[in-house]
Design a protein around this ligand. Structure first.
Ligand code: ADP
Ligand code: ASP
Ligand code: MG
Length: 422
């Protein structure tokens, strides 16, 4: 007997018919002798619908709304899901009980809309499991020290599931979704993308942080920290599929170091349209410039990603960086009103229509010339690179958003990702 955590995403929970199929699948696992905890998301579209209602009352979110109220609203989607799933499980003849985050409790800090899980009390859940119940716990939400409901950021149910699995020392956490695993890139953009049977933890962490929304980044961090065996697989197979076959399907996140050294240099391509670029023009080129530009930005709680400082001409230079698109207008305003007068710069310019495309692979450590192949491929497509950033196992470029799909497809071909792995 093993203790297994299943997580079902929004599409997998998208209708009562889908929920019935989830219940039948969970019942199959239960009858195979396992203890089961299930963490569902809100039904697809529901979180957007709920936040849309808030937006009708306060068009520029958070606007007049406080983030606390947004969490109060958005968390209800998952509450509906757990109740429905528990009923569907009961209809399958199982004993099932549903819990909201605060009932477990899943404790978080108080950063509304992007709270971090601090601890999970397993007492109640363990008692239910021991009594033979399926425990259904809301994804995406928790409770802070003052009893306020919090949410974990979009896509946060992945993190709830992995954190619950870590707290219970579960034997495996299975993330059921609408694709049958982690692909070389988003199969919606590149139909030739291939499913990876395994992906290293480090690569998955980069893929998630660089924009592959198949797993929320914090869920991968949790899996690494607590060594949670993690697999991504499809909820759209027949629920009745042989359980041994199902348990081996999808993509396993592996923790062994050198496993893939001899294989593909690049394992996957990620992209992200969530950033915007800002430039401070005509900055006097002298020591301390980076800190006098980025200091006020950090003080305003704005995260900066890619940074580039150009070569100076006549003692002046341009300084560019990217921020989340939600922070774009605020950043431009702050630079114009505070930074430009303080550092004696000429002006500020910005571009919200950029995207970041990244190649990821632990094989890049032991191979040279990978980045230059990336740059050559983009130049052959006539795509101008605006910014570059590299680390040991990834290279990212910032380009015009309109070339995103072209770039991803060209790179996918250039690194032979559409060919079966050798
Ligand atoms: P869920 O609702 O189950 O959490 P998500 O929409 O959050 O599902 O994540 C699954 C989606 O992630 C897929 O439908 C796919 O379009 C997208 N995706 C992005 N990058 C990848 C990738 N490398 N491999 C697989 N899916 C990816
Ligand atoms: N329902 C939440 C969202 O749409 C959490 C999740 O689906 O993981 O972001
Ligand atoms: Mg998701």
């Amino acid at each position: 007997m093993a203790l297994i955590v299943h997580k079902y995403g929004g599409t997998s929970m998208g209708s009562t018919e889908r929920i019935r199929s989830v219940a039948k699948r969970v019942a199959k696992w239960m009858r195979a002798g396992h203890q089961m905890v299930v963490v569902p998301s809100a039904m697809s579209g529901e979180t957007n619908r709920l936040l849309g209602l808030a937006r009708e009352l306060s068009p520029e979110l958070p606007g007049a709304a406080t983030l606390r109220e947004l969490d109060m609203i958005a968390s209800t989607g998952e509450q509906v899901s757990v109740g429905l799933l528990a009923i569907a499980l009961q209809a399958e003849g199982l004993e099932a009980v549903s819990y909201a985050g605060w009932q477990v409790p899943i404790r978080t800090d108080s950063s509304f809309t992007k709270a971090r899980i601090q601890s999970i009390d397993d007492t109640r859940v363990r008692a239910d499991l021991a009594a033979g119940r399926v425990v259904v716990i809301t994804g995406f939400q928790g409770v802070d020290g003052d009893g306020h409901i919090t949410t974990l950021g979009r896509g946060g149910s992945d993190t709830s599931a992995v954190a619950v699995a870590a707290a219970l020392k579960a034997d495996e956490c299975l993330i059921y979704t609408d694709v049958d695993g982690v692909y070389t890139t988003d199969p919606r953009i590149v139909p030739e993308a291939r499913r990876l049977a395994t992906i290293s933890f480090e690569e998955m962490l980069e893929m998630a942080s660089l924009g592959s929304k198949v797993l929320q980044i914090r869920s991968v961090e949790f899996a690494g920290k607590y060594r949670v065996p993690l697999r991504v697989l499809s909820s759209f197979t027949d629920w009745n599929i042989d359980i041994t076959e199902e348990a081996r399907s999808g993509t396993l996140i592996t923790f062994e170091e050198d496993e893939k050294m001899e294989q593909a240099v690049v394992s996957g391509i990620a992209f992200n349209r969530d950033e915007a670029k800002v430039s401070v023009l005509g900055v006097p080129d002298k020591p301390g410039i980076a800190s006098s530009i980025l200091g006020p930005v950090a003080d305003a709680n704005i995260d900066v990603d890619v940074i580039i400082q150009n070569v100076a001409h006549d003692g002046k230079t341009d300084f560019s960086f990217t921020v989340h698109r939600n922070d774009y207008a605020r950043t431009v305003e702050l630079l114009k009103t505070q930074v430009v007068p303080a550092v004696g710069a000429r002006d500020v310019s910005g571009d919200a229509r950029i995207c970041k495309v990244s190649i990821v692979g632990i094989g890049m450590r032991s191979h040279v010339g990978v980045a230059s192949r990336m740059f050559r491929t983009l130049s052959e497509e006539g795509i101008n690179i605006q910014m570059i950033t590299t680390s040991e196992i990834k290279t990212s470029v910032v380009i015009d958003e309109k070339y995103m799909e072209l770039a991803v497809r060209a790179l996918h071909r250039a690194f032979d990702l559409d060919q079966p792995a050798g």
